[in-house]
Design a protein around this ligand. Structure first.
Ligand code: ADP
Length: 357
C-alpha cells in the first residue's frame, strides 16, 4: 500500500520520523503554513494532516481527506487541531488513517460543505457530551462537599485533630473538583441572551471579588491590592458573570505568583469603556502563548497543568466578556509578570449607539 500524506503546520518532522518506522510505503510532503500551499496538487494526496487556524480553507481544497479534531471558535471559524495538539495525538491520527485507508478513497467524493457540516456536528456533539457529563457529576459532588463540611464543623460529633486534618483534605479536593466541573459546564456558554443584564458599578463588583479572594491570597502569601480611579462610569453587565471573570483572573494571578508577590486590580476609565486590570508579578507568559491561552483547554506547559485546572478559565472569561460587547487581552513578560485586562462599554455608549440607530 502506498499513501501520499500532506502535513500542514509544525508536525511534519514527527510524522515523517514515525512513518519511517512503519511497514507502509508513504510519501510525506510538508508545508509550514497554509499560505504556501498554492503549488500543491489537491488530487495528489490521500490524507491531509493539518494544524492550522483556517480549517475551512483546508477543507475546501482537500475535501474528505483531512483527519483532525475540528474546533469551532467564537466567530464560527473552524480550527483544525491534531488531537489536543499533542504530537502523539497527530501520530495516532495518521495511524488511524493508515488502518482505514482502503475504504477511505470513496469518501473523497464528499463535498467540502458536507465535510464542514459534519465536522461542525462533531464539535457540537463534543460540547453536548461535556455539558451532560459535567452536569451529572456536579450534583453528587456538591452533596459530598456539603456533607463533608457539616462533619468538619462538628455537626456529627467532635473530631480528633487527625480526623479533622484528613477530612479537610477531602473537603479541599472536592471543592477543587466542583470548580473544575463548573468550569466545564460554563465552557459552552454564554450567548448574549444568557446574560442577566443590569446597570452595574464595576468598582463594587471588583471590591467584592477582591474581598472573597483575600483568604486565598493570604494562604499564598500574596498581597492583594485594589484601586478604583475616580469618575469611572457604569456598565450594562451580568454581575455574576463578571464576578466569574474576576475570580478566574485573580485565581490565576495567585496561582502563578510566588509567596511575597503582589497582585493589583485596577478599575480605570477609558474613552467610553471601563477597563479592569489584574496585574501580577508572577512567572509571566512567553509571547507565542499569549493569544492561545484564551483557547479552550490550552495551557502553556506541564508546570501549568500541575497547578490544577483544565485550561478552560480564560476561554470562559473571553466568552463572557465578548458576550458583553467587550474585549479581553494580556500583556506579559516571562519572569516579570502579567497584566490581564478587559474593557466593557459604558452605559452611555449603549445609549448613544441605540439613539443613533
Ligand atoms: P487553567 O488556569 O485552569 O490552566 P486558564 O484558561 O485560566 O486555565 O489559563 C490557561 C493557561 O494560561 C494556564 O494554564 C497558564 O499556563 C496560563 N496563565 C493564565 N494566567 C496566567 C498568569 N497570571 N500568569 C502566568 N500564566 C498564566
Amino acid at each position: 500500500m502506498k499513501i501520499n500524506i500532506l502535513v500542514i503546520g509544525s508536525l511534519a518532522k514527527t510524522v515523517q520520523s514515525y512513518l519511517k518506522q512503519r511497514d507502509v510505503l508513504v510519501n510525506v510532503a510538508a508545508i509550514s503554513s497554509i499560505s504556501s500551499f498554492g503549488h500543491l496538487e489537491p488530487g495528489h494526496y490521500d490524507v491531509v494532516l493539518a494544524c492550522v487556524l483556517d480549517g475551512e480553507q483546508v477543507l475546501r481544497v482537500w475535501p474528505g481527506m483531512v483527519v483532525c479534531e475540528p474546533v469551532m471558535n467564537e466567530q464560527g471559524r473552524l480550527h483544525l487541531i491534531p488531537l489536543r495538539l499533542e504530537q502523539a495525538g497527530a501520530v495516532r491520527l495518521v495511524e488511524r488513517f493508515i488502518n482505514q485507508a482502503p475504504h477511505r478513497s470513496t469518501e473523497h467524493a464528499m463535498s467540502s460543505q458536507q465535510t464542514v457540516d459534519d465536522l461542525a456536528q462533531v464539535a457540537r456533539y463534543k460540547d453536548e457530551l461535556i455539558q451532560c457529563v459535567s452536569h451529572e457529576l456536579r450534583t453528587p459532588l456538591t452533596y459530598i462537599m456539603g456533607y463533608v463540611d457539616l462533619v468538619l464543623e462538628g455537626e456529627a460529633g467532635a473530631l480528633n485533630p487527625d480526623q479533622a486534618a484528613s477530612l479537610q483534605i477531602v473537603s479541599d479536593k472536592t471543592r477543587a473538583l466542583v470548580r473544575l466541573v463548573t468550569d466545564l459546564m460554563s465552557s459552552g456558554q454564554p450567548g448574549e441572551s444568557d446574560l442577566l443584564l443590569d446597570v452595574v458599578n464595576l468598582g463594587v463588583v471588583v471590591k467584592r471579588a477582591v474581598q472573597m479572594m483575600r483568604i486565598n491570597a493570604n494562604e499564598c502569601g500574596v498581597t492583594l491590592n485594589a484601586v478604583t480611579e475616580p469618575g469611572v462610569g457604569l456598565v450594562l453587565a451580568d454581575q455574576d458573570r463578571i464576578g466569574q471573570v474576576l475570580d478566574n483572573l485573580l485565581g490565576n494571578a495567585l496561582k502563578f505568583s510566588a509567596p511575597g508577590a503582589t497582585v493589583t486590580v485596577r478599575v480605570l476609565r477609558r474613552e467610553q469603556y471601563v477597563r479592569i486590570e489584574v496585574e501580577d508579578t508572577g512567572i509571566g507568559i512567553p509571547p507565542q502563548h499569549q493569544i492561545r491561552i484564551f483557547e479552550r483547554f490550552y495551557q502553556v506547559d506541564a508546570a501549568a497543568r500541575r497547578q490544577g485546572g483544565l485550561g478552560l478559565g480564560l476561554a470562559i472569561c473571553k466568552q463572557i466578556v465578548e458576550a458583553h460587547d467587550g474585549y479581553i487581552g494580556v500583556i506579559s513578560q516571562p519572569g516579570v509578570g502579567s497584566r490581564f485586562f478587559f474593557e466593557l462599554p459604558e452605559v452611555e455608549a449603549y445609549v448613544s449607539a441605540s439613539s443613533a440607530s
